[in-house]
Design a protein around this ligand. Structure first.
Ligand code: HEM
Length: 425
């Protein structure tokens, strides 16, 4: 054997030994911590590195936890990676966790995760903020932006504009028999990407337009607009999804594994690059809106959206109609970084939830044609009385059967079947 080959073999052998030692040390440490854990509860035995991911098999997560609930009862523990989660599925167990008094031990949804700090998303926004003080501060700005009559009013108008735009694409894509066969899941996620980003920033991402033109191209038809001009729209849409996966990845995969297992380095790099790209796009939006506000004469009203509300809060251009002050904090304007944290998190919280709800509605209407018929009857009668195809916020409460369908779907197939609380006791 040549000397270089021998050196290479020894190098490989040593690497293998180091790798094996790391795995053994990690496994021993994992099971030591598992068997000496405080307050052990029933639940499936986790494996090192992956936790209970393997015994989930091909089940949907909801099916898996239901199976575990039947086996272990209304309180059990499962592991995602090395993280332990206690699953509670009885009203009495959950009740006091939703008490939002200042004395509550369950103000946080999640604890501090080093991984989320590495991804630069820890302590930002409100949905995933481990820091209760920062959560309260940000929540004040998000509430005054979202929970106002103007926001709801414009959301209804903008949603209808977008529906019309989407219907126009669907009509244009019909075949000779008037059919347009397509993937409703993709459309609804594109739709909510456009609507949520529009409500929150006042600017358009054009995710549905990009999808429509990509579809035309894939069907060998001429796109209406250059795909190149729309590539950032699709990238933005995918980037939000990648950020969500990144958040799970950085929570579940322990720092030790992320640091010492080289095969994960590409995955880590992908998530960090995605974050940089998405955040830079959001920063551009913020800067551009700041400039617009600056150049808008004082006697001209500003557009109403969450971004404008956050940028003008507690400045001389404040657009908030409801001036209420948080008794706990001295309020100051938000920095660009804080605005960015609130924005990306609202995208993450609002896009998939509403898109999934919409696809569940479509699924159940297809399954129950008599319900679909009654829904159509209600809408036909309503629009006939209205004499117009556009509705406003006040009209919505009259759509009683439509609302009942949405509530029933929330009950039997909710888009958010779980919510988390982390005890600070
Ligand atoms: C069908 C649609 C939606 C569902 C099912 C849903 C569900 C939820 C649930 C279960 C929570 C956690 C509540 C808790 O832990 O007590 C939550 C929180 C949150 N959601 Fe939604 N959501 C939806 C739409 C939206 C939309 C459209 C937005 C934004 C425009 C949004 C923004 C948020 C935010 C910011 C939080 C954190 C609230 C806080 O910490 O106070 N959600 N949502």
């Amino acid at each position: 054997m040549a000397l270089s080959n021998l050196i290479f073999s020894i190098g490989l052998y040593n690497t293998f030994l180091i790798f094996l030692t790391l795995i053994i040390v990690y496994t021993c440490r994992f099971y030591y911590k598992y068997f000496t854990r405080e307050n052990p509860l029933p639940g499936p035995l986790p494996l090192p590195f992956v936790g209970n991911i393997i015994d989930r098999g091909f089940d949907e997560f909801a099916e898996y936890t239901e199976r575990m609930q039947k086996k272990y009862g209304d309180i059990f523990e499962i592991y995602f990676g090395s993280q332990k989660f206690i699953m509670l599925s009885k009203y009495e167990y959950i009740q006091n966790m939703f008490d939002y008094s200042l004395n509550s031990k369950y103000m946080r949804r999640i604890p501090y995760f080093l991984g989320l700090d590495e991804l630069d998303v820890a302590g930002k926004g409100i949905a995933l903020n481990h820091n209760v003080n920062v959560w309260k501060f940000n929540r004040h700005f998000i509430s005054r932006a979202l929970l106002t009559p103007s926001f709801s009013k414009y959301s209804v108008i903008w949603t209808q504009n977008l529906v019309e735009e989407m219907m126009d694409y669907w009509k244009d894509g019909e075949d000779d028999d008037g059919n347009f066969i397509t993937n409703i899941v993709e459309w609804s996620h594109r739709f909510t990407t456009d609507s949520i980003t529009h409500f929150t920033t006042g600017m358009r991402v054009h995710a549905i337009e990009a999808h429509y033109n990509e579809l035309l191209l894939s069907r060998n038809k001429k796109p209406r607009k250059s795909i190149n001009d729309l590539k950032d729209a699709t990238k933005f849409f995918k980037s939000i999804k990648t950020l969500v996966i990144g958040i799970y990845f950085f929570i579940i995969v322990p720092p030790f594994i992320r640091k010492y297992f080289p095969f994960l380095s590409n995955e880590i790099k992908k998530h960090l690059q995605n974050r940089d790209w998405l955040f830079s796009k959001i920063d551009e939006l913020i800067k551009s809106r700041r400039r617009e506000i600056e150049y808008t004469p004082l006697n001209q009203p500003l557009r109403f959206d969450m971004l404008t509300s956050m940028l003008t809060a507690y400045t001389d251009r404040d657009i908030c109609e409801v001036k209420y002050y948080d008794e706990v904090y001295t309020i100051r304007p938000l920095t660009d970084e804080e605005v960015r944290g609130n924005l990306w998190e609202t995208f993450v919280a609002g896009i998939d939830t509403t898109a999934n709800l919409f696809t569940f509605v479509v699924y159940f209407l297809d399954k129950y044609p008599n319900v679909l018929r009654k829904l159509r009857d209600e809408l036909d009668l309503f629009f006939k009385k209205l004499g117009d195809l556009r509705l406003d916020l006040d009209c919505l409460s009259q759509l009683v059967y439509t609302e009942a369908i949405i509530k029933e779907i929330f009950r039997i197939y909710t888009p958010a079947p779980y919510t988390a609380r982390n005890s600070t006791a």
